[in-house]
Design a protein around this ligand. Structure first.
Ligand SMILES: Nc1nc2c(ncn2[C@@H]2O[C@H](COP(=O)(O)OP(=O)(O)O)[C@@H](O)[C@H]2O)c(=O)[nH]1
Ligand SMILES: [Mg+2]
Length: 442
């Protein structure tokens, strides 16, 4: 799927990650590679220009959070800019207490009828009562095609081979399924043929009659940038609420997917990856772009970057590196450790710590306690956070009460804090730097 895009992106990333340093020249070259790839994948020139300019600007101007290598940061930017075009990660949820109407539009041959079968299957698997209306009276055999598909998945079809007025069928069909208390009714249409402007009017009329809750635009993923004009034309007549890109299993170049979202502002809900009724995937921008960029672990890069941004108060880093440590710094440390997963794994990979041979029981105990530390630290005043030595028994009692723990838990936290501080001091922040490095390059 989308081989040329994949090859191009992955080549560009490999080159970037392989270069010894990242300077302006490298960034410009990277952006050029991306541009070339996108144009080769038939993405509309205007989109290519916009997205590459944004990537270049951000890559040149943004400073990666400490701990995240600049190269990784640029890959993250690349990801973000594509995910932005493709839209937010979204759910496909329909209320069950009513009859939802979905109207399928799209040019002839784009895959509407096939996709209806796939969609009906997804929905009936989720226990929706689904009905399908065959309102394509234009293409010969369209009703039979829909019946054949829906028979295999046991979804009822309303159609009339002799009726030539699609709007009448749509109306009758909707009444029929409403009487049966269907949860979802999907309406198949003839779509639009290049020469048949009349069909656009027909689609508009059907839309008026059934007043759809959701209009799905079905786009053939192999048509490249022609998708832009097509999508825009449909969007002008009926408001497109979601996109389904089909045939991404074949020779699709991917440009169509980007173009369709850019033209309508609607996000892609599903992608079709084959002719069979099960070949429908819920679309996830993260996964899609991840696949393109060839990074199975893109998600972990993104998570890591997010963590580092959380941690990356530079002053804080400097302070810690100099061996000073406030309670707030300590909290940041704890949280970053916690988010990185198992404490044992981290401890073992830290130089110096691995030789300490910490018994696993201890680590599990610490992990269990960490949950409460945040609450305790938050119950401290700013003064106390900056100068934990102020914590006398009276203050300790107050903090314990304020965070719902025992006084001995607060004392325990203080002990841990002092331990961490002395380690910091002894290593002049090397441990912390190691932790950062660990997070940046894992
Ligand atoms: N390979 C592949 N073929 C598809 C996919 N979706 C639809 N098709 C094929 O595309 C052709 C047109 O599909 P159809 O549903 O009749 O399009 P419609 O005219 O929009 O209703 C048929 O031969 C389908 O089997 C897909 O995701 N992958
Ligand atoms: Mg059809």
């Amino acid at each position: 799927m989308l081989d040329s895009l994949k090859e191009g992106f992955q080549g560009a990333i490999k080159k970037l990650l392989g270069s010894s340093s990242v300077d302006e020249r490298q960034i410009k070259e990277f952006v050029k590679d991306i541009q070339r790839t996108l144009l080769g994948a038939d993405v509309k020139a205007q989109i290519v220009l916009e997205v590459s300019q944004r990537i270049e600007k951000r890559a040149l101007e943004e400073k990666p959070p400490p701990g995240l290598p600049r190269k990784d940061h640029i890959v993250k930017i690349l990801y973000e800019e594509f995910a932005r075009i493709l839209g937010e990660e979204g759910k496909f949820d329909l209320p069950t207490n009513r009859t939802n109407v979905i109207l399928m539009v799209g040019i002839q041959g784009s895959g509407k009828t096939t996709t209806i079968g796939k969609l009906a299957r997804v929905l009936s698997k989720r226990n929706y009562r689904v009905g399908v209306i065959a309102a394509d009276t234009f293409r010969p055999g369209a009703v039979t095609q829909l019946r054949t598909i829906c028979e295999t998945i046991q979804v009822p079809v309303f159609g009339d081979e002799r009726e030539k007025d699609a709007t009448k069928i749509a109306k009758k069909g909707l009444d029929h399924f409403k009487n049966q208390n269907a949860n979802v009714v999907i309406v198949d249409t003839a779509g639009r043929h290049k020469e048949e402007t009349g069909l656009i009017d027909e689609m508009r009329q059907i839309s008026k009659i059934v007043s759809p809750d959701l209009v799905f635009l079905v786009i053939d993923g192999t048509i490249g940038q022609a998708a832009y004009g097509q999508s825009a034309a449909f969007h002008k007549s009926v408001s497109v609420g979601g996109i389904i890109v089909t045939k991404l299993d074949g020779a699709a170049k991917g440009g169509g997917a980007l173009a369709a979202t850019a033209a309508t502002g609607a996000r892609i809900f599903f992608i079709g990856t084959g002719e069979r009724v099960d070949d429908l995937e819920q679309f996830s921008p993260t996964r899609f772009v991840g696949r393109l960029l060839g990074m199975g672990d893109l998600q972990s890069l993104l998570d890591r970057a997010k963590e580092l941004e959380l941690v990356a108060d530079e002053q804080q880093v400097k302070r810690m590196m100099s061996g000073k440590l406030t309670m707030s710094d300590f909290l940041v440390q704890i949280e970053s450790v916690k988010k990185m997963g198992s404490l044992r794994k981290i401890v073992e990979s830290l130089p110096g710590f691995s030789q300490m041979n910490v018994p696993s029981q201890n680590l599990e105990e610490i992990e269990g306690k960490m949950k409460y530390w945040r609450a305790m630290i938050q119950a401290m005043t700013l003064e106390e956070k900056n100068e934990p030595d102020l914590l006398n028994s009276q203050r300790i009692r107050r903090i314990a009460r304020g965070s719902g723990v025992l006084e001995k838990d607060v004392k325990d936290l203080l002990t841990r804090y002092r331990q961490a501080k002395s380690v910091m001091k002894a290593s002049k922040g090397r441990q912390f730097r190691a932790l950062m490095r660990q997070m940046g390059n894992q």
